[in-house]
Design a protein around this ligand. Structure first.
Ligand code: NAP
Ligand code: L37
Length: 292
């Protein structure tokens, strides 16, 4: 292996320790316990697992959490009623609606309803609009892209002036990751399902962020020697040696890429734990904003 492994689990733990220490101080000073409300609609097992991890992280860091689990066939009206009540609830600092929502629900209307001061996922149109404009700061940076940038910076990867390639243009990962990189003065190329000759584009990347959800699609010979590779993909593949019968892999062929890259994140143990750590940071920030 030639690449330096970026240990997301370790860096996430450091972020969590910092958040926990700040939370303890605020509570000792008589201020409120930062509290996150999670909203899960339906029973997707992956979404349910992530929401559970987020609630558990709150408790481990001395923060509060309330979880709302709604049936898959809930109406738009009922869901909006819940969001409005969470907006009005002074004991709730952050609201996270786990995506994707079942297809009969209007995601855009739900997200734009979340009070901007409680939008810890950073998905509201006002937040994304600010992220996209020069000289404006979003109130909250979306957790997964925030985690990707944090890993690069902690590992000493220079973003300014780098050629960055982002694979994927989703609202929750690819697009906000590209906007953040532009804001940090990288030269950014965003690829998607209609991109021609993906390997040739990826070969130009000093920094690669892969978020396409395609099992190990990025091969070792696509990677520019010395590049920093951040693998956001979470894909499960059958594995008879595991009790669960499956294991998680990324969008990058790790074994090949690690021989070429300068830095690389593993899956699991890379971006995933950072997503949760950054959510905790955003929830603390929400409480601090609401103190004022
Ligand atoms: P998504 O909404 O499905 O978006 C996938 C993006 O990849 C789309 O822009 C799509 O292009 C593009 N794409 C799909 N196939 C492609 C191909 N063959 N070549 C080039 N581009 C292709 O997915 P997402 O929500 O962004 O998630 C992406 C991955 O990250 C998933 O594996 C997900 O589980 C994972 N994820 C991880 C975390 C974490 O914390 N680690 C958080 C969120 C998501 P079009 O726009 O043209 O359709
Ligand atoms: N903030 N994140 C936010 N909002 C959403 O609406 N969908 C979504 C979202 N995505 C999300 O929470 N993703 C996510 C993915 C992976 C992990 C956490 C969150 C994670 O912890 N992954 C671990 C492995 C977990 C496992 O073993 O199952 C990892 O090490 O990658």
């Amino acid at each position: 292996m030639t690449a330096q492994l970026i240990d997301g689990k370790l860096i996430a733990q450091q972020v969590r320790d910092e958040v926990a220490a700040t939370v303890a101080k605020r509570v000792a000073a008589g201020k409120s316990k930062p509290t996150l409300a999670t909203v899960l609609v339906g029973d997707r097992p992956d979404s349910a697992a992530y929401v559970r991890s987020k609630g558990k992280a709150c408790e481990e860091l001395g923060m509060g959490s309330v979880s709302h689990h709604l049936p898959a066939d809930i109406s738009q009206e009922e869901l909006e009623k819940l969001i409005k009540s969470l907006n009005d609830d002074k004991t709730v600092n952050g609201i996270l609606v786990q995506l994707p929502l079942p297809s009969h629900l209007n995601e855009e209307r739900v997200l734009q309803l979340i009070s901007i001061e409680k939008d810890v996922d950073g998905f509201s149109p006002i937040n994304i609009g600010r992220l996209a404009q020069k000289g404006r700061e979003p109130l909250f940076v979306p957790c997964t892209p925030y985690g990707c940038i944090y890993l690069l910076e902690k590992s000493g990867v220079k973003i300014e002036g780098a050629n960055a390639v982002v694979l994927g243009r989703s609202n929750i990962v690819g697009m906000p990751a590209a906007l953040l990189l532009i804001g940090k003065n990288a030269t950014v190329t965003v690829c998607h399902s209609r991109t021609k000759d993906l390997p040739a584009v990826v070969r130009q990347a000093d920094i690669l962020i892969a978020a396409i959800g395609k099992t190990e699609m990025v091969r070792g010979d696509w990677i520019k020697p010395g590049a920093a590779v951040i693998d956001v993909g979470i894909n499960s593949v059958p594995d008879a040696t595991k009790k669960s019968g499956q294991r998680l892999v990324g969008d990058v062929n790790f074994n090949e890429a690690k021989e070429v890259a300068g830095f690389i994140t593993p899956v699991p143990g890379g971006v995933g734990p950072m997503t949760i750590a950054m959510l905790m940071k955003n929830t603390l920030r929400a409480a601090e904003i609401q103190d004022k």
